[in-house]
Design a protein around this ligand. Structure first.
Ligand code: PLP
Length: 369
């Protein structure tokens, strides 16, 4: 084999979409020229402190010479189960599994479930890009649709829902989730419900898919994250809960593949899941920032759609979203173009609530000028 033919092998990355954030660099450079500095509202990365009790649990578990359990320590499994019963309203029998944040689970779930070429993964029309990445890593076909009636007779193996949604902040009513579960069960498809923004409701009360299934959770998984709820994006802490047979299957593969949450992070998760006061405090911070940004954007002529819950304001000025990105960049504010999340998002921008109070104040002042 010549060196050239080795190089010509297409890598797995060739299956994946272009990394879109690079395309935002010119707007970022423009916004950074503002004399009072950049206000970056493009990425939803938490900026507020980690709660002291969570940090104490992490350091308290730092003497961890042995391998951690892929299934999670008994303490963590109990903490997740309690939280799921309490916060997701699950009444059916379920199993739980910690994950290394939720992004890796989203990216690998189709592969972990044995989904492959010829299979279809349905994702929301405007959504978190990793659902598509996961389907493509598995070699499956992606169909973007919010209405399952429009999907047709394809061999659907997995349906992703996301409520409250990134980037739109849309909340799906319980009846909608129930219809998705019924539709998927008729076809033998799995429903994966990404619920990482469930703890951040504003104008609607989001529900977990686990609460709409009664005693039967077959074919249903709920995906959760502590990144937003507890400012633990840097720890990589998430979990999946639902159909015991599916969770067992995912665990069996993950044990072989070494997808294990580190012991100190498992201990930190126990502390974080057992405390709601730091979550309430963080929710208050986001609520204040959201009110201020919402008022300023509306006064500046923006229309805000959905955004009933979660970490984003989904806005439009009735023009191409990239023009809105430039308009904001001229004022030193960086937003994410809606097109990053699917073609149907092209006339919107996503504005994150994850900036310090000082930076949000700066954005508000610039918008009102
Ligand atoms: C909808 C959605 N799901 C999953 C994730 C991944 O979060 P993490 O990997 O930090 O748990 C994000 C992150 O922004 C998200 O918006």
């Amino acid at each position: 084999m010549t060196p050239e033919s080795t190089v010509a092998q297409p890598g797995l990355s060739a299956r994946l979409p272009d990394f879109p954030w690079d395309r935002l660099e010119p707007a970022k450079a423009l916004a950074a020229k503002h004399p009072d500095g950049l206000v970056d509202l493009s990425v939803g990365t938490p900026v507020d402190p980690v709660a002291p009790l969570v940090r104490a649990a992490l350091t308290g578990a730092s003497d961890a010479p042995g391998y951690p359990l892929t299934a999670g320590t008994p303490q963590l499994r109990a903490a997740i189960s309690d939280w799921v019963s309490r916060s997701c309203g699950a009444t059916g029998e379920f199993d739980v599994l910690p994950t290394i944040g939720s992004k890796e689970l989203v990216a690998w779930l189709p592969t972990l479930l044995g989904i492959g070429p010829g299979d279809v993964v349905v994702i929301p029309s405007v959504c978190y890009p990793t659902y598509e990445v996961g389907a493509r890593l598995a070699g499956a076909t992606v169909v973007r649709s919010d209405s399952l009636l429009a999907v047709g007779p394809a061999r659907v193996k997995l349906v992703w829902v996301n409520s409250p949604a990134n980037p739109t902040g849309r909340v799906l009513p319980a009846e909608h989730l129930r219809k998705v579960v019924d539709w998927a069960r008729e076809r033998g498809a799995v429903v994966a419900s990404d619920e990482c923004y469930l703890p951040l409701p504003w104008e609607a009360e989001p529900v977990s898919v686990l609460s709409v299934c009664g005693d039967d959770l077959s074919g249903v998984l709920a995906v959760h994250s502590l990144s937003k709820r507890s400012n633990l994006a840097g720890y990589r802490a998430g979990f999946v809960a639902g159909d015991p047979a599916l969770v067992r299957e995912v665990l069996a593969v993950r044990k072989h593949a070494g997808m294990i949450v580190p012991t100190p992070v498992q201990a930190a998760m126990v502390a974080a899941l057992g405390d709601e006061s730091h979550v309430a405090e963080q929710r208050e911070r986001y609520a204040r920032r959201r009110t201020r940004l919402r008022e300023a954007l509306t006064a500046a002529g923006f229309t805000i759609d959905h955004s009933e819950a979660g970490l984003y304001l989904w806005c439009t000025r009735g023009e191409d979203g990239w023009d809105t990105v430039d308009w904001l960049a001229d004022r030193g504010i960086l937003a994410a173009p809606g097109e990053f999340y699917g073609p149907a998002g092209a006339r919107h921008v996503r504005i994150a609530l994850t900036a310090s109070d000082e930076r949000v104040d700066a954005a508000v002042a610039r918008l009102s000028r």
